[in-house]
Structures are given as C-alpha cells and as structure tokens.
Design a protein around this ligand. Structure first.
Ligand code: ACO
Length: 365
C-alpha cells in the first residue's frame, strides 16, 4: 500500500474541466463568480441575485433576481406540502441526514424546473426539521419574502430583524459557488451520467456532509468552547497541533493564503455588533493557530478558511450548530445546480483512468 501514499489521490492541481461559473485563485486569495470578484457582489446582489447570475444562459426559466425570488417562493410553497411526510420518515435523523432524505422525495419531473424545486425545498425543509427538534410545528413559507428572510421566519415563527436577514443573505451569497470543490465535482460526475438534477444534487449534499468539507463550522465552535479562555489559547493550540489534530476552519486545498470568504463573513459578524466579545476571542484563537501552524508545520501554507467565520456568523444570528452544514447546502444548492446544468449542456461522461498497482495475474507473469 506504500505506493498509494505517493499517488496524487486527492487530484491536487489537476484541472478536471472548464467552467464559466467561478474561479478560485489560491495564490492570490481571490474568488471570481461569473466575472465579479466576491467582494464586489457579496452583500449587494443578494442570494436570489447570485442564483440569477449563476443560472444565466443555463436555465431558460430563471431570468433576473426578482424572477428567481418568485420561483423560489413558488417552490417553497410546493415543498411545504411534503413536510409532513418528511418529518414522518426522518424521525431520529440529524438535519443533514434528513435533508438527504428530503431531496430524495422530490420527483425528477415537476411543474417547476428540478433545480428550482430542489433549492426551494431545502429552504423549507431545514427550518421545519429544526423546529421539529424543539417539538414545534412547521411554519408555512411566505412566497413573497426572500429566501433568507423566509428561512429565518419559518425557523423562529416570527419575522427576523433586517440585520439578521442581511447577514444570512450575505452568507448564502458568499458560499453559493466555489469552482470544482468536492461536492460540486461529485454533483457534476453524477450529472455526467445523465442521472438527472435531483440525483446530482443528492450527491453534492452527501459530499458536503463530511467534516473536511462542509461539516467544519460546528466543530469550530466546539473548539472555541473547549479552549474557553484567552489564557488557555496558546497551550491548547500547541498541544492540539503537536498531537496531530486538524484544527477546523484552517487549511484549504486550493487557497494557500487567507480564504477571501473568511474576510467577508468576519465583517458581517462585526457589523452585527452583538458578538464583539466572541469575535475578539476567536480572533485571538485564529492568530495563535496561524502562528503555531507556521512554526510547527513550516512550508505547509495553512491559513484561515471560510468555515472559521461562518461558525461565528451563524452563531451570532442564533442558528443552532446542527444546522450549520445543512445551511451551507441551502446556499451551495444554487452553485451545484448551475454546475449540473453546465455539465448537462456542455459536458461528457466523466470517466478517468486509474493506474493499476495490484498484483500481476500468475498466467501473465
Ligand atoms: N490543522 C492542522 N494541520 C493541518 C490542517 C489543519 N486544519 N490542515 C492541514 N494540516 C496539515 C496536515 O496535517 C498535513 O501535515 P503533515 O504534512 O505534517 O502530515 C499538511 O497540513 C497537509 O495536509 P493535507 O491533508 O495534505 O491537506 P489537504 O489539502 O488534503 O487538506 C483540508 C485540506 C481537508 C481542508 C485540511 O486543511 C483540513 O482538514 N482542514 C480542517 C477542516 C476544515 O476546515 N474544512 C473546511 C474546508 S473549507 C470548505 O470545504 C468549505
């Protein structure tokens, strides 16, 4: 098995295809979304706006931001009819496991396009599942609200403040797409077999679930809680890295400098104003982790990734930890579906080769 360790099993640096949707420049620390730097559009065009941008030319039904908002509203209302069945069949499952089942309940064909139905369904299923965990009945969606505002309203049973809506909307926009990351690539592989949109999105969701990809922000807060006080930071971090632990919210396969999404989300937390103490503590942990990684793992170029400030931002808005990864899926669903449509239109069956390093059959030896 030694030879396997030397193979490029993570496909580092491999260009697996072309896309017009997004570009991650890991050396410059920039993210381009269809011709716009993330910082130009985050907090400006809104979640429906980024969906319209990503879906443009790929989806005949979408159109502009308002048109997408209307479609999402219709999709949420349609999906709400499935909520009783979803709650029944997902007893005892975590929210991300239940969302996997929820996407599986959607038929391939329907009145609205499959990607619109799926994105809208995630926006409705998640708050219903989270309310179930608190013993509360689901709240019906309001098709006239934006996705972020309606998700928070359905979660809390009352309208959210404008600042919380803006924060969640910026989060969903910031994480909407990110090149050929693991979940997007998984979705594209399934799309390449012509299995259909819903199957491809389920694949994306399953890949996102893992702690090395979308499952990191909950553990980021667990880490901050475990460290507890400023006085403990240096020792805790040193011991964890020496023990070989992976500190959640740090490191990235492509970014070799700071992830630009981390800065966007950090400023969202700062603007909320209510989380100043936690933000200062997290900043001290971040500095200690970066400095200790530089010292103990020289040359690895490990920096802060999106998940570190995602965790703080979602905590500041009062989102429960078990909702962090499924909420990531709500945002990323528009990117996945854009990639699936691009793959369906322009791609071919994805079928790489492998290099055989097993034993040679006796007859041929
Ligand atoms: N903490 C401590 N050490 C780390 C970390 C980390 N977060 N990340 C990588 N390293 C170390 C590894 O232990 C390894 O050290 P070694 O060479 O001494 O064995 C070295 O850096 C290289 O690690 P790889 O596993 O080869 O790096 P890879 O590119 O595969 O990892 C990944 C990328 C999975 C994101 C990794 O950095 C990690 O596990 N981070 C923590 C989880 C996390 O935050 N995930 C969210 C990523 S963002 C997203 O997907 C939305």
């Amino acid at each position: 098995m030694q030879a396997l360790i030397h193979e490029n099993n993570g496909l580092d640096g491999v260009v697996a295809g072309a896309t017009v949707l997004s570009h991650v420049d890991g050396e410059a620390g920039t993210l381009i979304l269809r011709g716009h730097f993330l910082e130009e559009i985050a907090g400006r065009i809104g979640f429906e706006g980024i969906a319209a941008l990503l879906w443009a030319d790929l989806d005949d039904s979408a159109g502009d931001r308002d048109a997408v908002a209307g479609l999402f509203g219709q999709a949420r209302v349609a999906a709400f009819a499935l909520v009783p069945g979803l709650l029944q069949v997902t007893q005892g499952l975590t929210p991300i496991e239940a969302l996997r089942a929820g996407l599986g309940m959607l038929p391939d064909e329907g009145k609205l396009p499959a990607h619109v139905r799926a994105c809208g369904a995630l926006q409705v299923f998640l708050p219903a599942l989270l309310r179930r965990a608190e013993g509360k009945a689901p709240v019906a969606p309001d098709p006239l609200l934006g996705a972020a505002a309606d998700l928070l309203r359905c979660l809390r049973g009352q309208p959210a403040s404008a600042s919380h809506v803006r924060a969640l909307d910026t989060y969903l926009t910031t994480i909407a797409d990110h090149g050929f990351n693991a979940s997007t690539f998984a979705a594209r592989v399934v799309a390449s077999t012509q299995a259909g949109m819903i199957s491809a999105l389920i694949a994306g969701l399953c890949a996102l679930k893992g702690p090395l990809h979308g499952g990191a922000p909950g553990p980021v807060l667990d880490m901050l809680d475990e460290i507890g006080t400023e006085a403990r930071i240096a020792r805790w971090v040193e011991e964890a890295i020496r023990a070989g632990d992976r500190l959640m919210g740090f490191g990235h396969r492509v970014y070799k400098v700071r992830d630009p999404r981390a800065d966007v989300l950090k400023s969202v937390v700062r603007d909320l104003g209510s989380h100043a103490g936690r933000l200062a503590f997290a900043g001290a942990v971040e500095q200690a982790v970066i400095a200790t990684l530089r010292r103990l793992k020289p040359g690895r170029r490990l920096d802060t990734n999106v998940e570190f400030y995602t965790a703080l931002m979602l905590e500041a808005v009062g989102i429960p930890r078990e909702a962090f990864t499924p909420l990531f899926a709500v945002g990323r669903s528009v990117g996945w579906s854009a990639h699936v449509m691009e793959q369906q239109r322009h791609g071919r069956l994805v079928r790489p080769l492998s290099r055989y390093i097993g034993p040679t059959p006796k007859a041929a030896a």
